[in-house]
Design a protein around this ligand. Structure first.
Ligand SMILES: [Mn+2]
Length: 320
């Protein structure tokens, strides 16, 4: 079964799976070729190892490395329950990480946006590994430059709509800015798994922007298929962006994150919801807030890697 090693650097075709020992070798995401050449590439996976916007525990800068490491355990070919290998259909590469100078934090949002713009301008779509959730804002700016305002499908314990002045770098405020900058259309957008409330987030007297919210209590009462149907209905035929804060999951499933909140869904529930979103025209995706230093047995990194692969299976199902 095992072919050579270090497929990140030695693999031939952009497509297909070349099986390696899970415990060995260079860890690109899902053993994809590690390259900046986007010729013929459908999806570029890229890391944004930025965590200076974290309000509690830092460490999401190690998220891309943790997710890549855990993904080695998934790179075996067919993915259950789809029973196909998404890499037989999609040409996916690991584009490496966004580079920036942490000594100049104010310059970092533009550096992330420029990094994303290069990928999107080549006609390749993005699958981004955070980093804290702030990184979604500059990535969304690059997507909106190309596609216009997008529907947002947002899994999170937090709404990330806190009051904030322009230019402030905070991982709890991005979607307020995204609405104000018309990067997303809140009326076609859904926030799933919410179980926190902050000033400015839709309590009495606040702007609520018109998002559909399926909170954690609501989730617990409904089937994943029912939740997926509502998300698909709100988004409709709009082009959409999927953002997954891993803290949407209950801390029993995802302890390795900066701001865990108890009372969330299991990984199985989230995956079942995602599988029901095959009608949505997703143009990009990120999974953020994985902080491996607080993880146990790599379960958070593995959940994030599996969710990212699930997204690739959704894209694949729309190709066929
Ligand atoms: Mn969150």
């Amino acid at each position: 079964m095992t072919t050579g090693g270090d497929g990140a650097f030695t693999r031939g075709d952009l497509k297909g799976t070349e099986i390696e020992n899970t415990f060995a070798g260079a860890n690109s995401f899902m053993r994809r070729r590690y390259t900046r050449d986007l010729t013929g590439v459908d999806v570029a996976v890229t890391g944004v190892p930025f965590d200076l916007a974290t309000s509690n525990r830092p460490g999401a800068r190690f998220g891309p490395a943790g997710i890549r490491r855990a993904s080695a355990n998934l790179a075996w070919g067919p993915i259950w329950p789809w029973n196909f290998d998404p890499f037989d259909t999609l040409a996916v590469v690991d584009y490496g990480d966004c580079a920036f100078d942490p000594g100049h934090p104010a310059a970092i949002p533009d550096a992330i946006q420029a990094h994303a713009r290069v990928i999107l301008d080549s006609g390749t779509s993005m699958l981004t590994l955070g980093g804290d959730h702030f990184i979604t804002l500059p990535v969304l700016r690059a997507h909106a430059e190309k596609h216009g305002a997008l529907a947002l499908v947002h899994f999170d314990a937090h709404r990330d709509l806190e009051l904030s002045e322009d230019g402030r770098i905070d991982h709890g405020t991005m979607f307020r800015h995204a609405v104000e900058e018309r990067l997303i259309d809140p009326k076609r957008s859904v926030q799933v798994g919410i179980r926190t409330a902050y000033e400015g987030e839709g309590s009495d007297g606040d702007d609520d922007f018109g998002f559909t919210v399926i909170d954690a209590a609501d989730l617990a009462q409904r089937t994943p298929a029912d939740v997926a149907r509502e998300i698909a209905k709100v988004v409709g035929d709009a082009r959409a962006y999927l953002t997954v804060d891993i803290d949407c999951l209950d801390p029993s499933c995802a302890p390795g994150t900066g701001t865990p909140v108890v009372g969330g869904p299991t990984t199985a529930t989230m995956l079942a919801i995602l599988r029901g979103l095959g009608t949505i025209d997703f143009t990009g995706m990120d999974v953020v807030e994985v902080a491996p230093v607080y993880d146990v047995g790599e379960i958070t990194s593995l959940a994030a890697a599996t969710i990212a692969v699930e997204y690739l299976c959704l894209l694949t199902s729309r190709y066929s």
